[in-house]
Design a protein around this ligand. Structure first.
Ligand SMILES: [Zn+2]
Length: 86
């Protein structure tokens, strides 16, 4: 990995897990849920749908989100939706 390359929180979690730096058994159920959400959000774990462009026929897979407030990706969306309602 290049020193100046941007690394996402998800990538950091995967690297930590790969090097056994996460003590999964010491985590509370809520901590476990939040870490799993951040690691697997927008992956096949949360389902997916496939779409085909009617014009060019390009096929795409759209992975589901975890919709967990502790997820960095979904939490921001939930926060923005909440702010819009205020
Ligand atoms: Zn998420």
């Amino acid at each position: 990995m290049k020193p100046n390359s941007k690394v996402s929180f998800k990538q950091i979690l995967w690297l930590m897990d790969e090097k056994c730096k996460i003590a999964w058994s010491d985590l509370s159920p809520k901590e476990n849920k939040v870490l799993n959400a951040n690691m697997f959000c927008h992956s096949e774990v949360y389902g997916f749908i496939g779409t085909v462009c009617p014009n060019c026929g390009t096929q795409r897979i759209h992975y589901g989100s975890c919709n967990t407030s502790g997820c960095l990706e979904c939490g921001i969306v939930r926060k923005e939706k909440w702010l819009d309602k205020q």
